[in-house]
Design a protein around this ligand. Sequence first.
Ligand SMILES: NC(=O)c1ccc[n+]([C@@H]2O[C@H](COP(=O)([O-])OP(=O)(O)OC[C@H]3O[C@@H](n4cnc5c(N)ncnc54)[C@H](OP(=O)(O)O)[C@@H]3O)[C@@H](O)[C@H]2O)c1
Length: 271
Amino acid sequence: MKYFIITGTSRGIGEAIAEQLISSEHFLFCISRERNEKLLNKSKNIEYHDFDLQYIDQIEDLLNRIFDAIDISSAEGVYLINNASMISPVSFINNAMVKDITGNINVNLIAPIIFTSLFIARTENYQIEKRIINISSASAKNHHPGMSLYSAAKAGLDVFSQCVGLEQNHSKAPVGIVSIWPGMIDTNLQREARNQDKATFPSADIFEMVKENGMLTSPEETAKQIIDCLFKKDFKNGEVVDIYDYSKVQKHFEAPSEARRARSSSETGDN
Ligand SMILES: NC(=O)c1ccc[n+]([C@@H]2O[C@H](COP(=O)([O-])OP(=O)(O)OC[C@H]3O[C@@H](n4cnc5c(N)ncnc54)[C@H](OP(=O)(O)O)[C@@H]3O)[C@@H](O)[C@H]2O)c1
């Protein structure tokens, strides 16, 4: 049996990952605030934990309960996918409430760090396949005014994955760990970004533009790419992996030049 601990499975990418991992040889531990009944109805091999990741002091207890249900000595592999995330508060930092600042950093950075730490500690004596994927974002590098917390948390998550990757090179039974930039995906998170008030979040226009111009990937396609990464033979331990298909963006920026070419050829009479 392979065991998967996945956060943020109530919708979006996390739900699609969980759906695609359903198998009689897989057991899934799913975590989000809202229970995903649709997912639960699809398999008996799912244990659901409705849990708010903002409560970071309760994560150890949650993980202990999960690991107590796993017979690691007979497991074929154990996998952790830190996927849950929130972009709010989307605001200039001087307008953010302190409780929202801590909430964002707890869910986006501290929770995955604690999950990673406990996962490595609970599995360190086992020579089985052990892998962690931290779902990060290109927002770690591409910055927008109003998204400082999200970007800072994702940049922190990338550095954390890289450092833990180095640490694991010193382990006798290393855990593989990578950060993944999944690209731009048609989920609630994108909707939240493009629906922000443009007066307080000027980049809302950009999020609207990527939706309108077909640059978003589906959660299903993204989940497939993430799962491919998870099982890859040459797992890129300690790396930050960008899986977005940039041809979606190129197509958009090439389109005007095509139009320009067509215009100039009609002006010159060329075909
Ligand atoms: N969509 C994109 O374009 C995009 C781009 C780059 C990176 N990403 C990354 O991809 C991952 C998945 O995002 P998504 O687009 O699928 O977002 P989404 O549709 O908004 O889903 C977010 C998931 O995280 C869970 N979550 C949020 N706050 C939580 C909390 N306090 N406790 C427990 N679970 C919580 C949500 O469940 P509940 O609300 O039920 O708790 C939900 O299942 C995130 O790490 C995100 O940063 C997405």
